[in-house]
Design a protein around this ligand. Structure first.
Ligand SMILES: Cc1ncc(COP(=O)(O)O)c(C=O)c1O
Length: 478
């Protein structure tokens, strides 16, 4: 067959022969065009190149500190130690890449290390098992299958308002966001009972009403990440443990965003007194280079899904546990341990949150509040227009406020994260190994951005009329 016209050779991309404009055009045409077009109008579509692991350069020559990465960049972009290790690993070769029917040393080592790390703090996990997948949402899907298989007579899953567990069907069922659930509602699980986060009385009442034997599991994030770094009341997680454990209701804890140091602990749940039966991990485990999802499961539960000859094919995937992912995961975990990621995250967290609180106090008309836990930070912006002037449009105003804040901070040299369950909240999730001077410069820039936009309305003015018109046309007519 002749190569189709316009086919792009990998070497052309490798040798940088594709222009930024061409990449944007292709993405707008063939990818998530609406998002890419919106970012392009804002001048933020990239492609972004790392100039150090912590700083990015865009095609206009603008340098921004990368405070984004959705907590999946523990060491920034292309961390040299990890990239070097991956190169060595590929050069040595040695084992098959995708091994479903054989052991690999990479996978064996990572399984064992994850269990050791967990059981170091929760000894009852000493014989736990690990199931690998390729994303956070898959890790959650697996967690629920394990839990359900272990409690076949139970029907209900309890989750919490504003939780985020991913966008595949079961994870989406556990993510009670009407916009994200939208047209899929009819196909989502009807077994999910959603309660206010942090309300132990509501949980106690619900457990009593449904009956503990009818409840498969309580599924929770120890800190609501995508809702904008929202911590529960101090004793909530311990109380959930004390309520559910004696009754046999399983505890499925999603540490995909909080875990492995990010919140200031290896496992935020354990630090807060809740010992999970099943834990999901993903983001930082891939070191910012490859996707790795992991579901750590008590042995007794694991066996119910995959534990005998008739069952052992009941859950699997093609790529989970592949050698590149496992090698990078193994090295990433080692790097996190060597740098004592939780301690580093706590130290940076304290410093950053002090800075953020000072900015909020100076500019209360820009920032409604700020929050932090380790190196998970959130800035909650005020709406750019009081929603009472646009009845029924509060969500739209929130979206616009979020986008304009993102733009203003980008122009001030900081790349922020959206929050999927809080449109006006932007998160700062810097690499945990960010050097002190870059970290301080990041918060200097946050302060300068706020000085330039002392009120939320000034985000509108600062955007410029031309850009606003372009955005309005894009939002309503394109
Ligand atoms: C707590 C939590 N769970 C699950 C997910 C889904 O992970 P992924 O995007 O890798 O599917 C995320 C992603 O942000 C998350 O923060």
């Amino acid at each position: 067959m002749t190569i189709p016209k316009g086919f792009i050779r990998a070497d052309d991309v490798l040798q940088d022969r594709m222009t930024a404009d061409e990449a944007v055009r292709l993405e707008v045409t063939h990818g998530n065009g609406k998002l890419m077009r919106g970012l392009d109008i804002l001048g933020m579509s990239g492609p972004l190149r790392p100039i150090t692991p912590w700083e990015l350069e865009d095609p206009h020559g603008r340098h921004v500190i990368n405070a984004s990465g959705y907590a999946a960049l523990p060491f920034g972009d292309n961390p040299p130690e990890l990239v070097g290790f991956l190169r060595d690993m590929l050069a040595v070769g040695g084992q098959i890449a995708i091994a479903q029917q054989s052991v690999t040393t990479w996978r064996a080592a990572l399984e064992a290390n994850l269990v050791r790390l967990l059981s170091h703090q929760a000894p009852s996990h000493a014989d736990s098992r690990v199931f690998f997948s390729n994303s956070g949402t898959e890790a959650v899907e697996a967690a629920i299958k394990f839990a359900v298989a272990a409690r076949p007579k139970a029907k209900y899953l309890i989750n919490f308002q504003r939780a985020y567990h991913g966008k595949t069907f079961m994870s989406l069922s556990l993510t009670p966001n009407p916009t994200l659930q939208g047209p899929f509602r009819n196909l989502l699980s009807s077994s999910v009972v959603t309660l206010p986060f942090g309300d132990i009385e509501a949980l106690a009442r619900t457990v009593k009403r449904l009956g503990p034997d009818k409840i498969v599991a309580v599924v929770l994030e120890p800190i609501l990440g995508e809702a904008g770094v929202r911590l529960p009341p101090p004793d909530f997680l311990r109380a959930v443990h004390d309520l559910c454990r004696p009754k046999g209701v399983l505890l499925v804890v999603d540490e995909i965003q909080t875990g492995l140091g990010r919140s200031g602990h290896w496992f935020q749940s354990l630090a807060a007194g809740l010992e999970p039966d099943i834990i999901t991990l993903a983001k930082p485990l891939g070191g910012g280079l490859v996707p790795v999802g992991a579901t750590i499961v008590r042995n007794s539960i694991y066996r119910e899904l995959l534990g005998d000859v008739n069952k052992l094919k009941r859950h699997s995937n093609t790529f989970g546990g592949n050698s590149i992912a496992m090698a990078v995961g193994l090295k990433s975990l080692e790097m996190l341990i060597d740098m004592d990621a939780p301690a580093r995250s706590r130290a940076l967290g304290e410093r950053g949150l002090t800075r953020l609180k000072a900015v909020q106090q100076r500019f209360p008309n820009l920032l409604e509040d700020v929050r932090g836990a380790g190196t998970l930070f959130a800035m909650n912006f005020r709406p750019v227009i009081d929603p009472k002037f646009l009845p029924g449009q509060a969500d739209f105003v929130s979206e616009v406020s979020g986008f304009l804040a993102l733009l203003a901070f980008y122009r001030a040299g900081v790349q922020l994260n959206f929050s999927l369950n809080a449109a006006r909240t932007m998160r700062i999730t810097p690499a945990m190994n960010m050097p002190d001077d870059v970290f301080d410069e990041l918060f200097d820039r946050v302060g300068r951005a706020a000085e330039q936009h002392p009120t939320s309305f000034s985000l509108v003015r600062g955007t410029g009329l031309g850009k606003l018109l372009q955005l309005a046309k894009f939002a309503f007519f394109e």
